[in-house]
Design a protein around this ligand. Structure first.
Ligand SMILES: [Zn+2]
Length: 442
């Protein structure tokens, strides 16, 4: 894909007389990227013709014009790879705040829940993580997964055993008994009675315990199902499921332990109750009213719209009517179209939007389709990219690490052809991905 991918070795043989500090210097690996158009900070205009210098996995310099590698200070002691992106548009790596990385919906999924093991889910997750990374998503927030598979995947990626995006991991969604996130429509003896570790919790004490159990297991973030869900096989609807004191107990406990709370919520009363309890984001946010919008603005919570989930469930319910149980089909046809309208309203009113797809409901690797839907819902191309970089990084609490191409941050970069500020669909054809200074697609 790349025109030129050259390696310059300026370093000379290193002898034992050289001091240890100099030895370290001599081994430095740099990447120097010549970029046609660089959107270093989404929201600001792109820089035409820029050089990005990457050292030790981080952005070391961002310079105007194409700097010759040999002229950079300290270049003589380094091994430099020159990466030619002069024909490309480069953005910070994308962040998807709503994925289910160890599963993917298919007609077989209801059988798979009772057939597959944690090991099966983890290995599938490794394949999905690679697809996600190669689609330009260098960070994901995984909000709801099986027992330990997603934690194992997160840790294996971090240790370098398998390729994938950096993962912030929620563990099990916390749900009341019978809520979205509990099991539905199966013989009860197929599943052991769920505990706080499986995220099923009732009452203030139960909710506190469920948060603590997820954190004990390694959760970076807490996911709750504040309302019913489209895909749970129950006719309990899509309205509020936790009592207000339960929601408050979850938020207080999570914040006490330094974790944010992502609340799945479709129905208006449930969205508003979750916002009043102080959640950090509303996931889906399908049916917003004026009060929801003012609560968002008052609390500073983010909306993570997941328009792809709406698109997929409507398509399945329309084209494959037998694939969903009747209760699911009815909810899908009602909720799907509402999401687009709610995002349009929220964005116009100044609600902070962070990018999320619900991948796993849609296919992993197709994540960039969400950009097109966001623009269709009324966001500008720049605002959609801002939602998937700066805003998503802020929601995840990692804005010092990722979200822009600035000195000191992790070198997470994505290159596409064309101009995504004019045609957002260009982001679906990623030609180059760097994560933490390592080229993972070229
Ligand atoms: Zn989800």
């Amino acid at each position: 894909m790349l025109g030129v991918f050259r390696r310059f070795v300026f370093g000379v043989a290193v002898f034992s007389l050289i001091a240890p500090a100099a030895l370290a210097e001599a081994g430095e690996q740099w990447s120097v990227l010549h970029v046609g158009r660089l959107l270093a900070v989404p929201g600001e205009a792109p820089i035409e013709r820029a050089t990005v210098v990457v050292k030790d996995g981080r952005i070391a310099e961002v310079l105007g014009g194409y700097a010759a590698p040999g002229e950079l200070a300290g270049a003589r002691e380094a091994t430099i790879t020159l990466i030619d992106l002069t024909e490309a548009f480069v953005t910070p790596g994308f962040i998807d705040c709503h994925t289910h990385i160890t599963m993917e919906m298919s007609p077989k999924i209801r059988m798979e829940w009772v057939q597959l093991s944690e090991a099966d889910w983890a290995l599938r997750g490794a394949a999905y993580a690679k697809r996600t990374l190669e689609a330009g998503f260098t960070t994901i927030r995984n909000v709801g997964s099986n027992e330990r598979a997603a934690f194992a995947l997160r840790d294996a990626i971090e240790a370098g055993h398998v390729p994938g995006p950096r993962i912030l991991c929620a563990g099990h969604s916390i749900t009341p008994t019978g809520g979205h996130g509990d099991t539905h429509g199966y013989r009860e003896d197929l599943f052991e009675l769920p505990t706080a570790f499986q995220g099923v919790a009732d009452g203030v004490d139960g909710c506190r315990k469920a948060v603590r159990a997820q954190v004990k297991r390694g959760a970076d973030v807490i996911k709750i199902t504040a309302t019913g869900g489209v895909l749970s096989a129950t006719n309990a609807g899509t309205e509020q499921q936790f009592f207000d004191d339960e929601l408050e107990a979850i938020v207080e406990t999570a914040h006490l332990l330094g974790r944010t709370v992502a609340a799945h919520a479709h129905g208006t009363a449930g969205i508003n109750a979750a916002l009043r309890a102080g959640v950090d984001s509303i996931e889906h946010g399908s049916l917003l009213d004026e009060e929801s919008i003012s609560l968002f603005k008052k609390t500073g919570a983010y909306l993570v719209p997941t328009l792809m989930a709406g698109e997929v469930v409507v398509a399945v319910a329309t084209n494959f009517p037998d694939e969903f149980p009747a209760a699911v089909r009815e909810k899908a046809l009602m909720i799907g179209p509402a999401m687009m309208k709610s995002l349009g309203n929220a964005h116009r009113e100044g609600v902070r939007i962070a990018f999320g797809t619900d991948s796993g409901v849609s296919a992993h690797g197709d994540n960039a389709r969400e950009f097109e839907l966001m623009v269709e819902a009324g966001m500008s191309e720049m605002d959609a990219i801002h939602a998937a970089t700066i805003n998503a990084a802020k929601l995840c609490g990692i804005e010092d690490e990722v979200g822009t191409i600035e000195v000191g941050k992790a070198a997470d970069l994505v290159a596409v052809q064309g101009d995504p500020l004019k045609d957002i669909g260009a982001l679906k054809e990623v030609m180059f991905v760097m994560r933490g200074g390592e080229v993972v697609k070229k």
